[in-house]
Design a protein around this ligand. Structure first.
Ligand SMILES: Cc1cc2nc3c(=O)[nH]c(=O)nc-3n(C[C@H](O)[C@H](O)[C@H](O)COP(=O)(O)OP(=O)(O)OC[C@H]3O[C@@H](n4cnc5c(N)ncnc54)[C@H](O)[C@@H]3O)c2cc1C
Length: 409
């Protein structure tokens, strides 16, 4: 079969890989996305229970590359306040946008809506020839050579490119084949995810309640609904999931009741095993990793996709700048710039969320004293609070052009 070649080959058309392809296309760079699924199936994704918190940085990236306009406005729920509470105490850390900048602290968008809106943009770029989607194919091997890479799939088709980008999720085959090592651990926690309707307004407020059994998040959704992400010990979750769902509802409703009235679950209860992983490096010769292929993070900070989208914006800028200067963008010397830009940024967020989970998912009295007072102290330090808030919005550190609202020209 004839080899097909492209400027960039992206393995995985999930939210991160598909956005990366759009970022390249909007900068005049052609790519092929290889995914084990067909684009039409992925464009009509079924719900997986997840309501995704999209921060200001991701929103800005989506606006720059024309994805934001594809998201139906009535499917976007803005977050105006975030209450972080230690256990069931009613006082905690409150993040609130002081100036009305119009974008609040972020937006909640259900995963199927998000995926469909990104893939709509992919379809537009397919029409102009900047993106080619090769679906129903699983990548089985990649041959990295000094001058380029050859990607093989189970369809028998071969692809060649100067640069392969692995966006193939937490069990990334690109990571395995490229030999990139990752530090990984299981949290031995499971996240139970579901949504409830209520009669009073959620007032665009999210809650992060740190219980000794693990973090419990309430996220405001459109249509007077709120989503719950309850991370708890995997054995407790297993026992709860074996019993009737009404028992889980009772526990969840008890925790939501101080804030929301007449709660009724909509849809099923989903469960996700939780783990942490972070690659030791983000690139090797002819290959870079983005999204969950590079890092998987505890959902307590609601930052997984956001981190991946920032990877995408940074890598697109580095590849674009190299092409403009006539430099081989698949060489380690070019891709190391991506490594250097990402490593510190992601490590600091991973350490913060991992530390928070360990500090709060514990019933020790000493730790309870530390966390209760820690939240009070941060509340009184506007600079620290401001910097935490900025980080949650994804606006800390060196920002890539696409997040600053500048196009790559
Ligand atoms: C309970 C929960 C709540 C979360 N909440 C948030 C939140 O509020 N905010 C946030 O930012 N993040 C959140 N996340 C994290 C977020 O869901 C992930 O970070 C995100 O889905 C990763 O996207 P991705 O595109 O990197 O990978 P994936 O979505 O895993 O996409 C990978 C793609 O690669 C394809 N693929 C895989 N292997 C191959 C192969 N061999 N050949 C071809 N194709 C292949 C797959 O078909 C898939 O399309 C949450 C996660 C969980 C579990």
């Amino acid at each position: 079969m004839k080899k097909i070649s492209s400027q960039v080959i992206i393995i995985g058309g999930g939210p991160v890989g598909a956005t990366f392809a759009c970022a390249l296309a909007s900068s005049g760079i052609k790519s092929i996305i290889i995914d084990q699924q067909d684009i039409n199936t992925l464009s009509m994704p079924k719900t997986d229970g997840r309501a995704i918190a999209i921060n200001s940085a991701s929103r800005s990236l989506f606006q720059t590359i024309g994805i934001w306009e594809n998201i139906p406005q009535n499917e976007i729920q803005s977050i105006e306040k975030i209450h972080t509470l230690n256990g069931l105490e009613q006082k905690g850390l409150l993040f609130q946008e002081l100036e009305d900048t119009g974008d609040g602290l972020g937006s909640i968008i259900e995963m199927p809506v998000l995926k469909a809106s990104i893939l709509d943009k992919v379809q537009e770029h397919i029409k102009t020839g900047f993106i080619t989607w090769k679906g129903n194919q699983k990548v089985t091997n990649i041959d990295f050579k000094d001058f380029g890479a050859r990607v093989e799939t189970d369809s028998g088709q071969d692809y060649t490119t100067p640069c392969v980008v692995g966006a193939d999720g937490k069990n990334s085959i690109t990571r395995k084949i490229s030999g990139i090592q990752a530090d990984a651990k299981s949290y031995h926690q499971t996240a139970l995810v579901c949504a409830y309707t209520h009669t009073n307004s959620h007032e665009n407020t999210a809650y992060e309640i740190f219980l000794p059994t693990g973090p419990f998040a309430i996220l405001p959704m459109t249509k007077n609904r709120s989503s719950v992400v309850w991370s708890l010990d995997e054995d407790i979750a297993k026992t709860l999931l074996k019993g009737p769902e009404e028992n889980i509802d009772k526990e969840i409703i008890k925790l939501m009741a101080p804030y929301l009235d007449n709660l009724k679950r909509v849809g099923k209860i989903w469960s996700y095993p939780l783990g942490l992983s972070h690659v030791k490096k983000y690139s090797v010769n002819r290959c870079a990793l983005i999204g969950d292929a590079a890092h998987a993070i505890h959902p307590l900070a609601g930052q997984g996709v956001n981190l991946g989208l920032r990877d995408a914006a940074i890598l697109a800028e580095i590849i674009h700048d190299a092409i403009k200067l006539g430099i081989d963008y698949g060489l380690p010397s070019t891709l190391q710039k991506y490594d250097a830009w990402r490593k510190f940024d992601v490590s600091s967020l991973l350490i913060m969320t991992d530390g928070l989970n360990r500090l709060f998912s514990n019933s020790s009295k000493t730790l309870n004293f530390i966390r209760g007072n820690g939240l009070k102290i941060i509340n009184r330090l506007p600079l620290v609070k401001g910097s935490l808030g900025k980080r949650a919005k994804g606006l800390g550190g060196k920002l890539p052009k696409l997040i600053k609202g500048e196009r790559l020209t």
